[in-house]
Design a protein around this ligand. Sequence first.
Ligand code: G
Ligand code: G
Ligand code: MN
Ligand code: NA
Length: 254
Amino acid sequence: ISLEAAMFKAVREGEFLLYYQPIVDARTKVIEGFETLMRWKHPTLGMVPPVRFIPIAENNGLINLLGAWALKAACMQIRQFQEVAGRELYISVNISPRQFRSDRFLSELDDALAMSGAEGHQLVLEITEGTLMVDPAHAEAVMEKMVERKVRIAIDDFGTGYSSLAYLKRFPISVLKIDRAFVKDLPGSHKDAAICKVVLDLARHLSLAVVAEGVETEDQLAWLDEQGCHYVQGYLTGKPMPANVAVTALKENL
Ligand code: G
Ligand code: G
Ligand code: MN
Ligand code: NA
C-alpha cells in the first residue's frame, strides 16, 4: 500500500505525534519556548521523517487535518510545560501554505485556543516567505486576525525563499528565524557572517526577535550571542524530543 493510503489510516489510528525542540536564550540557555515538529511512528516502517510525508499531505489536502490536530496538541501541551516550569513559555507551530490558506484555518486556531485554554500570546505560528507570496491580500487579512488574538507570526527559513523585503513592511511579523543554511558554516564563513549580521541589524531596527536555527557548536552560539542574536535553536541546546523528555529538560533547565 502506498505511503499516501497509509497516511489516512495513520491519522485514524493516531500514529502521528509531536516532538518538541527547545528555543533558548543565547546567553543564559534558559528555555523560552519549543518548536513542535511532527513525527509519524509507523508500526512497521518506524519513524517516517516529515520530509517524506509533509509534501504528500500538502498535495492531497491531508495537511489540513494534520495541521489542525498539531495546533490543538501543541496548545494542550503548552499548559503542562508551563506548569512544570512555573513561568510563561511559548509554543511555535509550523503552518503549511495550504493550511494557512484554508477557509477553516482561523476557526481551527480559535478551537485550539478555546479547548486548551492556552492564550494567543503563548502561540507563535511559523510560516514561510512562499506562503505570503501566493495571495498577499488574503495573507494580510488572516494575519490581522491572528494579531487580534495576540498570536505572533514567525518567518521560517528566513532569506531562503523568493520574496522581497517589502513584506516585512506590509505584514505584522514578530520573529525571523534564520535558516540553518546560514548558520552551519559560522563563524568561519565570511558570507554567512555578513548575511547573519545584516538580518540581525534589520531585525533590531524593525523590533523583531531573531531565532538562529540549526546551532550545533559552542563557536556558533558564542558568535551569534556576540552579534546580538537573542535566541537559538539547534542540536547544541536541544534536539527535537517527545513531550515527556521535554518536561525533564525543562526541569533541569530551571
Ligand atoms: O522535523 P524535521 O525534523 O525533520 O522537519 C523537517 C521539515 O518538516 C521542516 O521543514 C519542518 O518545517 C516540516 N515540519 C515538521 N513538522 C511540521 C508540522 O507540524 N507542520 C508542517 N507544516 N511542517 C512541519
Ligand atoms: O524548516 P524548519 O525550520 O521548520 O525545520 C526544522 C528542521 O531542522 C527539523 O527537521 C529539525 O529536526 C532540524 N534541526 C533542528 N536543529 C537542528 C540542528 O542543530 N542541526 C540540523 N542538522 N538540523 C536541525
Ligand atoms: Mn520551523
Ligand atoms: Na527553518
